[in-house]
Write a new protein. Sequence first.
Length: 671
Amino acid sequence: MLRHSTNGRTRLFNVVKCGGEHPVCNRCTIRREACNYKLGPTLSYTQRLERRIAELESQLSIRSPSDVSTSSKTGADSSSALREISGNFGGLGVDERGVTFQGSTSFFQLPREILNSLAETVPRTVRQTEDGLGLRERLVTNAWKQRMLESLAETPEPFNTLIQNHWVWINPLFNFIYRPAFTRDMEVLGPYYSHMLLNAMLSHSVRWCKADPDLYALLEPYDGGSLFGRQARTLLHDEIVNGQAKIPTIQTLLLLSAQENSQGSRTQAWLYSGMAFRLVEEMGINIDSQRYAGLVQLSDEDVEIRRRLFWSCYFYDKMISLYLGRSPSMQHSHVSPPQIMLDDSSENELWSPYGVTYPKGAEYPPTPARSISCFMHMCPLSVILNQILVHLYNPFRPNTDADIEGCVEREGHALSAWWDDLPVFLRIDPKNLPYYCPPSHIVTLNCLYHAFRILLYRPMLSRGALTTSRRPDPEHFIECVSSATSIIAIFDLFCRSFGYNRCVLSLAYSVYTAASIFLLQVQAATTRDDQAFRRLEFCMRGLDRVKEANPIIADALSLITQELSKIDSSLASITAGQSIFLHESQQEEHTDDEEHAIIQHSQVFDHPDETSLLQEHEPTREDFSFDDIQITPQMFEAFSSLEPISATVGALEKEMGYGVVTTRATSNFFT
């Protein structure tokens, strides 16, 4: 447990002991002490070893020469097939620093070693594939056991609230951390826990909790929570200097990157994420640990964690590339881990909006989390986004008109197929919104789907998208407006249920993307389009509230405001001043209590003490209507001559020391 000592630093109540790694643990190496592991093995570890010994003894007792011959033949066939797939790919290796991957051209591998490690890979591949059901049972059983033990533990405040916020609001969407291993190793200082990672989790969660005055008072001894971030960065620096990076190092880098990105610190966010992705390759996490284990002996849990972490990084790579207008770093291939998660124990756990209070009689009902299904469908969606970024938004990769049109058609079909395959319990129909808002990660999944549809079709609305004189397709306009309307309808339900302070950056980005379409409608309108204005105003006021937890949104709002000021200077004050639709005397002053839900969608609940997202302009059914999405020839002509605003949320940059605001060169990248 963390506590605050007199010198202002945090530490654990537990005494750090020998970790028991082979041949010598990190702790004893640093202290130059004899490695003497004093912690006894856990019961589950002992039982696993006993079962493995019994299994091997049984195999030896029944094995005959004919079996050996048959096995050798099977192994040879499998090895031949594997060579056809992977060529000279040698699999994972291990050295004094842990599991690693070194290619055939490196200083650390000879060609002969490639063949040897390849031969070792085949038997493990066959065994683990056949034992898939057993793997799942073992992982699920262990996960439930750890959750039970976790429920019995007593974690003091404010640490409990900060950690629970991470498990509820962040982890189901990005899946950075495998909870059973983290909570178990937190007790015994095992390999999947580190003080650095815990501090990063606490630091990342602080911004979601600042609106709670009681919790904020508890954070005062920790410099308002800033101490956690400083501790995490200090410990991270020590690990980098020592060259002993582990999986918690990658997880720490991802959390620090996400935190810096939301604060608008783009350079730090990009560097942290880049180091994380480099470590993924360094440790061979981008390689299927079942098929290409080589000489490395990985447990069922090791394989599960590495597989989850790869796809977490893959998804986050696409999102931060989208936020910052960069090219994606991580790609998947035939040797990448499959999109499989065997431990589905958290799928049907009951999800509740931790930290949000409701009026009596209007409590949020117990709802299945569906977190595994959500993440498993986020993975292929991120693969589609990767193709969109590479083919439509990469200025360093020249694409012909045929390439662009092929991408739009191919990924359009892929998005439609993805939506058709989406289970009913993950799908939110914006035309028939549910009575209660689904869990936040399901909301974000749906909004990102609609945002990606906009990103796919929006470039085709401009004549500049293609070098030929081919006219834009009006159907692309309808797709964009329909998706943008879907986003704001779902976002409205989210805010009324959970408030604005729980809005993650990926959801805010979806709203920003929707706003770009409504802005184009306003710019292209030959006469005043009140509906487009209201929808745009809705987005801007929502983003204005969200920017308190995600300051980077301020730059996005500035882009929209600049464009509006070109139409009418009075429109530039939408977020700060009165509504453009109601007289000042009709407006009511709103409160900023973010910790109470605002459940008023479709008059589900009546909670007069709270305000709606836009009390100055209460959204109506017409604002979210999907009827009569039409475009006149005159409007379409004007529409096709406009350039959309940047898809990069951080498209403005303030030069330190001079206060000069310059526009980043992203208009060609995101148009």
